[in-house]
Design a binder for this molecule. Structure first.
Ligand SMILES: [Zn+2]
Length: 66
């Protein structure tokens, strides 16, 4: 069994498999957008697939470079 790639949620800091997370990126207007296709250009971070973590993420206003 291969080890799955895990990412840490920047809001709650729990590690989960990448497939269970959302990628957010900061666009050129400095707003955070959800990167559904994992292809958006820019600095990205990962958050859990739930609204609470996404909200927290916005409150921080920071992006962790990966
Ligand atoms: Zn989270």
């Amino acid at each position: 069994m291969s080890k799955k790639l895990q990412r840490m949620c920047v809001a709650c800091r729990i590690k989960k498999e990448k497939s269970n997370m959302l990628r957010v990126v900061q666009d050129k207007n400095n707003s955070l957008i959800l990167d559904h296709n994992l292809k958006a250009f820019g600095r990205g971070a990962y958050v859990c697939y739930n609204k609470e973590c996404i909200k927290k993420r916005r409150k921080f206003g920071l992006l962790t470079e990966l």
